[in-house]
Write a protein that binds this ligand. Structure first.
Ligand code: MGD
Ligand code: MGD
Ligand code: MO
Length: 675
């Protein structure tokens, strides 16, 4: 007899879908989207439709493993949990005794997004006094730039886009990385809305849009300044909104007027006439809606780019009409106080912090060195920039590495000890979205296979062995969730543990357009001029400077961006053969003129290289990018890439202008035919 049980998609994706899992005995036989979830609306992406294969994969790790070969060889022997935990506790004790607690570094990100399991390790490592980890690998720069302009509250309700008449998708591949927004866009379009995409390559979303503005990577700030120039010089702006709800317009105006469409064409590659027309369309729309993604911020000047784009809606007063507004990251709708779970108060004063995008440097150059690395919910050997440095660090014989994983990833291959992880289908946790306004709890729908254990189980057992007595180390998931719900926020009104325990999506108490009620900036207004930026030593006004990889001169003339591959979720789903088949071999999109100049033809193996590393990819030649621009969609595991190396061999640990992220889409490379 089969049985459909509710669950939640745990992946790092804005959609955070409500799922229904068909369960027969201890097995999941099918997964579909919950038709009653207002954002999921009954469908799942093709990746999550493969969940039965993923959860019950023969590749799934089910027993603790101890290394018995060289690092990276993947040679291990099975041991018991008791032995594994004893080894870790002893190692932690010895490392702290001989090198101090900061020689221990936890490394974690978003393998699954359940708040309890994702954060319980914080308490453990805070209690230990370990080095802190800066969570920068995704949106730190983007959020920082955006906040300077529009503040830290939640953005417009994504569902309200159905009433828009112009949808501007800027640096977000909605069809790949936010698929559940598309039906709402389509509904708007059925009512007459146009969809315009601003992106360096003709991605799946641009292919389905009404218009694609193809720009050079890293030139977004200039394009946004050009649009503002037209809006201001043609007097298409909303004077009343600007007077009442913004600060700094007069100071910004002079700078903006320098960015004529002709100047911006030279910088961005977008024809001046297209810039003028887009500005006029944006101003003429009754309810323009901006879906601002992460792409523009994954650049060295990405924070400024994000801030500058985010100012556009204020110029035309796009906040009061139904269907108008802007969405970047709506996570603040459920900004929960996690402090009772993460226990920041236990961090010894002065503890050093390691920026996670600089793991390569941290493992090879940092003094005093990291001696024990504990990785969970993350696959740095594939997802972190500058892979050759990361692997050099992971290969250190004097580094002891623990990896808690579901699969034998490339990171796990470098571990001394591998712990088999429970999946989201096997645990209790709570999930929020960074796009829609629903929260949902999930409970186990099957028992963990083999000896898999969750983060809560492992960290609580390790805490017992280390003698840590804090309440978080003995509380169960429901109790911890009830602490999070103690947060003082009007948005949480009516969200109780009792209601969440039904495992149905609950709508947060957020108004349809929070910006209509004000902006959570220091001035309470949109900030064209930001005192906070000036105080932080940044340019307080929006600026149109482009991003460029400084580590490439004439030797590396091609720009390279590395956005997501449709069939994978960061590095996840590489483990499923059908997803790899559908993704096809790792490829490089390039313009015909660049291919011809190098004697490269469609489908040929090519070597893509720069001073940081190289990868072998298959050429995809055409006009999906501007001349001088290339695209390597990721993230393939090295072992599933033609030359054994993934795209992050080409990316840099260099930091962006604010927030501490690196710039995954700011690279210069050269390309040549292989052999
Ligand atoms: N070049 C380039 N690099 C990038 C990006 C890019 O655009 N270009 N994007 C960056 C971004 S935005 C992000 S957020 C990071 C993400 O990087 P990560 O957080 O590392 O994301 P994933 O690769 O999805 O997941 C990491 C691991 O978690 C494991 N995992 C998943 N679910 C579970 C579970 O339930 N239990 C356990 N124990 N393990 C689980 C998976 O098997 C996987 O190996 O990558 C970044 N890297
Ligand atoms: N299928 C799938 N879905 C995903 C992910 C995945 O790996 N696969 N990753 C998830 C995660 S962790 C995140 S953070 C989100 C990311 O969601 P997105 O908003 O999609 O962000 P990016 O992945 O950086 O890439 C988005 C687009 O930005 C473009 N881009 C690159 N450089 C520039 C630039 O300089 N300017 C402009 N305007 N555009 C640029 C890329 O070509 C790409 O089309 O998606 C999530 N959803
Ligand atoms: Mo991300």
């Amino acid at each position: 007899m089969s049985n459909w049980l509710p669950s939640v998609c745990p992946h790092d994706c804005p959609d955070t879908c409500g799922l229904l899992a068909e369960v027969q005995g201890d097995r999941i036989t099918a997964v579909r989207g919950d038709p009653e979830h207002p954002f999921t609306r009954g469908f799942v992406c093709k990746k999550v439709a493969q969940y039965p294969q993923r959860i019950h994969s023969p590749q799934r790790l089910t027993r603790p493993l101890l290394r018995n070969g060289s690092k990276g060889s993947g040679s291990f022997q099975e041991i018991s949990w008791d032995q594994a935990l004893e080894i870790i506790a002893n190692r932690l004790g010895e490392t702290v005794a001989s090198h101090g607690p900061e020689a221990v570094l936890p490394y974690r990100y978003a393998g699954h997004m359940g708040l309890v399991h994702r954060h319980i390790g914080h308490a453990f490592f805070h209690c230990l006094g370990a080095s802190l980890l800066g969570w920068t690998i995704c949106g730190a720069t983007a959020i920082t730039g955006y906040r300077y302009s529009l503040g830290q509250g939640p953005g417009t309700d994504m569902e309200s886009v159905v009433d828009s008449d112009l949808i501007l998708i800027w640096g977000n591949n909605t069809q790949t990385s936010n698929v559940h927004a598309w039906p709402f866009f389509k509904k708007a379009r059925a009512n007459g809305a146009r969809i315009v995409v601003v992106d360096p390559y003709r991605n799946r979303t641009a292919l389905r849009a009404d218009q694609h503005i193809m720009l050079r990577p890293g030139s977004d700030a200039a394009l946004a300044m050009g649009l503002m120039q037209v809006l201001i010089s043609e007097d298409l702006i909303d004077h009343q909104f600007i007077a009442q709800h913004t600060v700094g317009f007069a100071r910004m105006k002079d700078r903006v007027l320098g960015y004529t469409p002709q100047e911006v064409e030279k910088i961005s590659g977008v024809p001046a006439a297209e810039i003028v027309q887009l500005a006029r369309d944006y101003a003429a729309a009754k309810a323009p809606f901006l879906r601002l993604g992460w792409g523009p911020a994954r650049q060295l000047k990405g924070g400024m780019a994000q801030r500058t784009i985010a100012l556009l809606p204020a110029l035309v007063g796009a906040f009061n009409e139904k269907g108008a507004g802007i969405v970047h990251n709506n996570g603040a709708a459920a900004s929960l106080d996690l402090s009772r779970l993460t226990r920041e108060d236990l961090v010894p004063p002065g503890t050093r912090s390691v920026n996670m995008v600089q793991l390569g440097n941290a493992l090879t150059k940092l003094t005093p060195p990291i001696k024990l690395l504990y990785v969970y919910l993350c696959n740095p050997a594939v997802v972190a920039p500058d892979t050759s440095q990361v692997l050099a660090g992971l290969a250190r014989e004097d580094l002891f590495t623990v990896v808690h994983e579901m699969f034998m990833t490339e990171t796990a291959k470098y571990a001394d000890l591998v712990l088999p992880g429970a999946s989201s289908m096997e645990i209790t946790d709570i999930y929020r979205s960074y796009c829609h306004y629903y929260m949902q709890m999930a409970k186990p729908v099957i028992p963990p296979p083999g000896e898999c254990r969750s983060q809560v189980e492992v960290f609580q057992e390790l805490a017992r062995r280390m003698g840590f007595k804090e309440e978080v180390f003995s509380a169960n998931e429901e109790e911890i969730i009830s602490w999070l719900l103690e947060t003082d926020s009007p948005y949480l009104e009516g969200i109780t543990l009792e209601r969440l325990s039904q495992c149905r999506p609950l709508r947060l108490n957020v108004p349809a357009n929070p910006y209509a009620e004000g902006f959570v900036t220091p001035s309470g207004k949109v900030e064209f001029y930001s005192e906070a930026m000036a105080a932080a030593g940044l340019d307080p006004l929006p600026a149109g400077e482009s991003s460029r990889d400084p580590e490439g001169g004439e030797e590396y003339p091609l720009q390279l961006i590395t956005p997501p591959q449709h069939q994978f979720l960061n590095s996840s789903f590489n483990e499923i053969p059908v997803q790899r088949e559908q993704a096809g071999p790792a490829s490089l999109l390039m313009h015909t003129s660049d291919a011809e100049a190098r004697g490269i033809s469609e489908g040929q193996a090519i070597r893509v290289f720069n001073g940081r590393g190289e990868a072998v990819l298959m050429a995809q030649v055409g006009d999906r990018v501007l001349p001088g621009v290339t695209v390597a969609r990721g993230l393939y595991w090295g072992e599933y890439s033609p030359g054994g190396k993934g795209a992050n061999h080409l990316t840099s640990q260099r930091l962006a202008d604010m927030g501490g992220s690196n710039a995954f889409h700011c690279n210069l490379v050269e390309v040549e035919a292989v052999g």
